[in-house]
Design a protein around this ligand. Structure first.
Ligand code: G3P
Ligand code: MG
Length: 249
């Protein structure tokens, strides 16, 4: 894949924005990634009760805001009252759970590539993906660099039906036994796995089938260098400022 391919990800992908130094999955975290020099950013998207696509990792809002309960039981108006920054550090108090459209506009404005992770609450795959596709159609430029990924193969399949031209990635923890078949079945360009499962042989085999290998979450420079030496195409990191000096994107 050439570096100008719309789904080509630079080697360093800032994870949930730059979530090592800003509250994850907020606009300030995405802006921080760009400020630190990241050329690519990853964040997670889900949906509110009333069908708005949001940037949010967990099924519940408890861990990363001052609210409680499942995100899919809250309307956008309720979500908008939550503080999504104070839990991380007092200076971020007042940050909000972003609308996906606002996050997309920010990524585009800052000229970064985007790995958008579909993170449906289990059981809400279809409405989640419909809302995300609608946000992408409204707020992501046609020439934007994007790769959409998910752990949910149902979400990937629904998304592919709605936006067949957008490249996909399958997120796993371990390496599936029949990874090539699974990648093909779900129209995926890349496999995204936990770093402990990577070997040089795996990276070679993945490349030999025309796929790419993206690895999460890598915050140690020595480990990152070892993974790149094995042939990994890109890593997700909470600390892009540590990893960017290691590579030329
Ligand atoms: O996409 C890589 C990584 O973000 C997957 O795990 O749980 O951080 O969304 P998680
Ligand atoms: Mg993610």
């Amino acid at each position: 894949m050439t570096e100008t391919h719309p789904a080509h990800m630079p080697k360093i992908i800032a994870h949930r924005g730059a979530c090592g130094s800003a509250p994850e999955n907020t606009l300030v975290s995405i802006a921080r990634a760009a400020d630190l020099g990241a050329q690519a950013v990853e964040f997670d998207a889900t949906v509110s009760l009333d069908g708005h696509a949001l940037v949010q990792h967990d099924f519940n809002v408890d861990r990363c805001s001052d609210g409680h309960g499942p995100v899919v039981l809250k309307t956008l108006d309720e979500i908008a009252t939550l503080d999504a920054g104070g839990w991380f550090a007092p200076e971020f108090k007042g940050e909000r759970i972003p609308l996906l459209t606002d996050a997309l506009a920010l990524v585009s404005e800052r000229g970064m590539a985007l790995n958008l992770e579909l993170k449906p609450t289990l059981g809400w795959e279809e409405p989640t993906v419909r809302a995300i596709a609608q946000a992408l159609k409204a707020a992501w430029p046609k020439d934007g660099r994007i790769l959409v990924s998910s752990m949910s193969t149902l979400a990937l399949d629904v998304f592919h039906d709605l936006m067949p031209d957008v490249a996909l990635g399958l997120i796993t923890y371990a390496i599936p036994e029949h990874w090539n078949e699974r990648l093909k079945r779900h129209h995926c360009l890349s496999l995204h796995c936990y770093h402990a499962f990577v070997t040089e042989a795996l990276a070679k085999a993945i490349h030999a089938t025309g796929h790419r290998l993206h690895v999460y979450t890598v915050n140690d420079e020595t480990q990152a260098q070892a993974l790149f030496a094995m042939g990994v195409d890109a890593i997700f990191t909470d600390h892009p400022e540590r990893m960017l000096p290691l590579v030329q994107n």
